[in-house]
Design a protein around this ligand. Structure first.
Ligand code: BGC
Length: 755
């Protein structure tokens, strides 16, 4: 009783404090707005990129300096370093009329100088605590260099492997994607904006992952039912976790540009999900609206502002045209004030009005960036993201003995292994896989190395796919001969092949998903030697590995694992750590299956799961089966797990009740390892067609060799809900399949009746 009273009092005190903080902020912003001229208000809505050359030897580029001094810039992004940022902040604070500080953003996507695995890889760890920690470390390093706002998390559901930005996402699942989105927001922002935390910017709102044909920046068209049930959940989850800002996307939603879509930005984001931060456009979006056929910059700036966009990234639409639109009545001062208020509130929340220099402590760089602790975390987390896809004859782990050949264009590279989007990375300090393996071997075995081939046969394509992360071009015949000579001497061959970092990411859509020819041909020649071959497959997306699955002994997808990739890969290759990643994207057998994802709707003419023969008048392809090569949730390790019988505490559940689903999972091999136990549910009869299965829970457990563990999931009503076309929650009832397994295909199933 007493404790309950204490808790209630505490809650009441917190509420009063929150309300009074809110009213302090309102008062402050009200007063400031009253002092501001129209030009100063529009300046706050204007965001510009700032490259390192803008500040040289403490001197700020004259034009940029003048814009800041006259209050024409609300923020800058992608400038790094306390000295440089301080030089700009000094002008904003000391030379502009009202001294309003700048907000300072950056694309900190998977780490700052300590780079973590790319987001798609991170999601394959299914380790929410570790992802939260990586965001916390990213925030600590970024703030130590003067940044206070990051353009992450990217939470776009991505079903199409052709789209390069799959690499930046958390994969295809809305449930897992939502949990990951919240973990990022918590990690970046903390409970309050301390000086080692940043404001998150959730992107790209919305539906950017559904671009047609997987071609970047392309059209999106989708039903509201699909939006609410499949694509919106991670954005909503991030808003509910308190994300401070959102970035609108480049694509259309219902025929309107996302940046100028009032339903999306105001009705759904603010009114349905209670988001109270600010919305920034993506790079140049308002300007691009003209190409979509929406009119000129002035008209589009009006549409964007009226829809709920607050800050214009790089279009110069708000700063350049809204004054005129105010004059002719197409916007009101209230519209401008609202956007300006939201930007000022963000700065207030970040504490910039209390102390514009709170993120500008020059002493922090040495203490907080690329520290041993951060690097150890990155290395450990990287080992959790590798997905072992095949391991015949227990080829892995490798023994530290004899002669090992390491071959491939990614084997001795320190830039590409970090991945796409590394604005602040310092590759010269990172180790290659070759170096990582040499260190791990410490002379116990001989490591032979050959690059073996180019990234691609086409030099122009290679240059595009490098985007500055250079891989030496070699003479094809000579390099192949060298590789074969080296391989002939070795006991086992490890191939580091696949995509380069910039084969995925922004503007890196692909029309094929197989390994580039020149690499595949070398791999075939190496396999033909008849020695054990291990493929370390580098990729920023699901690639097609059908040939490799049929011919290579062991395949591990290593994605792009960040600055510590070299050591992390060695840790897992030699069995110091057992692999534990599970796929968060379905890996197809062939390009023609794309988009392929596990939580699809059924057709009226389904083929049996796993059917390997074409069936006339059924929903299938003439030349390829329907099921994927590797299903969502799949991942092997160096041991095996046994799943016991799945029991429900009752096979009936009241609509507002709950039941327990319990089973025993045992480690039946002889090494300790982590397993990700996954819970899926299917609603068998509903008012709208529901997916054949949906992830509703998971547990990452560690089991010693021979150990057994009871795993329990509580089935609750929220797991049985879905949305109608207006975004209202519908409580499902009737019959449900409850499924538990190590991936979305291999599940044990039982029936639950809810009434
Ligand atoms: C990308 C965003 C990024 C922005 C700023 C855009 O091209 O789509 O993801 O945050 O640039 O660099």
């Amino acid at each position: 009783m007493k404790t309950k009273r204490c808790i209630l009092t505490l809650l009441a005190v917190c509420l009063v404090m929150a309300v009074s903080a809110q009213s302090d902020m309102n008062k402050f912003v009200d007063q400031l707005l009253q002092k501001m001229t129209l030009e100063e208000k529009l300046g706050q809505l204007n965001l510009a990129p700032a490259s390192d050359e803008i500040v040289t030897g403490g001197n700020v580029d004259t034009e940029v300096g003048a814009r800041i001094a006259s209050g024409q810039l609300g923020g800058v992004f992608n400038l790094k370093g306390v000295d440089k940022i301080k030089a700009l902040q000094d002008i904003a604070v000391k030379k502009s009329r009202l001294g309003i500080p700048l907000i300072v953003g950056m694309d900190v996507i998977h780490g700052y100088e300590t780079i973590f695995p790319i987001p798609l890889a991170l999601s394959c760890s299914w380790d929410l605590a570790a992802i939260e920690n990586m965001a916390r470390v990213s925030a600590r390093e970024a703030t130590a260099d003067g940044i206070n706002w990051v353009y992450s998390p990217m939470v776009d559901i991505s079903l199409d492997a052709r789209w390069g930005r799959v690499a930046e996402s958390g994969g295809e699942d809305p449930f897992l994607g939502s949990q990951i989105a919240q973990a990022y927001v918590r990690g970046y922002q903390g409970d309050q904006y301390d000086t080692d935390r940043v404001m998150a910017c959730v992107k790209h709102y919305g539906l950017y992952g559904a671009v047609e044909g997987g071609r970047d920046y392309n059209t999106v068209d989708m039903s509201h039912l699909r939006m609410y049930n499949q694509y919106f959940p991670p954005y909503k989850a991030a808003a509910e976790a308190g994300a401070g800002s959102f970035m609108s996307s480049f694509n259309l939603v219902d025929g309107q540009h996302a940046t100028a879509n009032r339903w999306l930005l105001t009705d759904v984001l603010r009114n349905q999900w209670n988001f109270n931060g600010f919305v920034v456009t993506d790079y140049g979006s308002i300007g691009e609206m003209t190409n979509h056929g929406f009119g000129n910059l002035k008209q589009n700036s009006v549409k964007a502002l009226k829809a709920g966009t607050d800050m214009d990234m790089c279009s110069n639409g708000f700063i350049g045209t809204l004054a005129e639109s105010l004059k002719d009545g197409s916007v009101t001062m209230a519209d401008i004030d609202l956007a300006c208020r939201r930007v000022l509130e963000a700065k207030y929340k970040l504490g910039l009005f209390d102390n514009p220099y709170r993120y500008l402590d020059a002493k922090r760089r040495a203490r907080d960036i690329y520290t041993d602790e951060h690097r150890a975390m990155s290395r450990q987390l990287a080992t959790e993201t590798f997905v072992l896809l095949k391991n015949e004859h227990q080829t892995l782990p490798l023994k530290k003995q004899g002669k090992i050949a390491l071959i491939g264009p990614l084997a001795n590279d320190r830039a590409n292994i970090a991945g796409t989007w590394c604005v602040a990375y310092t590759p010269e300090r990172y180790q290659t896989i070759k170096e990582g393996m040499e260190q791990a071997l410490a002379g116990k075995a001989q490591l032979l190395y050959a690059q073996g081939c180019n990234l691609t046969r086409d030099a122009a394509l290679q240059e595009a796919a490098e985007f500055g992360k250079h891989i030496p071009r070699v003479d094809e015949a000579k390099a192949k001969a060298e590789a074969l000579a080296v391989a002939k001497e070795a006991d086992v061959i490890v191939c580091a092949m696949g995509e380069s970092a910039e084969f995925s990411g922004e503007s890196s859509s692909r029309a094929t998903l197989e390994m580039p020819d020149v690499q595949r041909e070398l791999l075939e020649a190496l396999v033909a030697l008849g020695k054990p071959v291990v493929l370390l497959n580098f990729s920023g997306r699901a690639t097609v590995l059908s040939w490799e699955q049929a011919h290579v002994d062991a395949i591990m997808n290593v994605w792009f694992a960040g600055s510590e990739a070299g050591r992390a890969i060695a840790d897992v290759l030699f069995g110091d750590v057992a692999p534990s990643g599970h796929l968060t994207v379905t890996m197809p057998r062939a390009l023609g299956q794309v988009p392929i994802y596990y939580n699809h709707l059924n057709t009226g003419r389904p083929v049996a799961e796993g059917a390997d023969r074409y069936q006339k008048f059924a929903s299938n392809y003439l030349e390829e089966r329907n099921d994927p090569l590797y299903p969502f949730g799949y991942g092997l390790t160096y041991t095996t797990f046994n799943y016991g019988k799945l029991n429900l505490s009752s096979d009936h559940m009241a609509k507002s009740g709950s039941v327990e689903a319990v089973l025993t999972v045992g480690n039946t091999g002889n090494c300790e390892a982590d397993e990700v136990v996954q819970l899926y549910i299917r609603d068998l009869v509903a008012d709208v067609s529901r997916p054949v299965k949906e992830l509703k829970g998971f547990q990452r457990i560690h089991l010693k060799a021979g150990e057994q563990r009871e795993v329990k999931f509580t089935i609750t009503p929220d797991m049985l809900q879905y949305y109608d076309i207006n975004g209202n929650i519908v409580q499902g009832d009737g019959e449900f399949d409850i499924m538990v397994g190590s991936n979305s295909r291999d599940v044990i199933s039982t029936r639950l009746v809810v009434n």
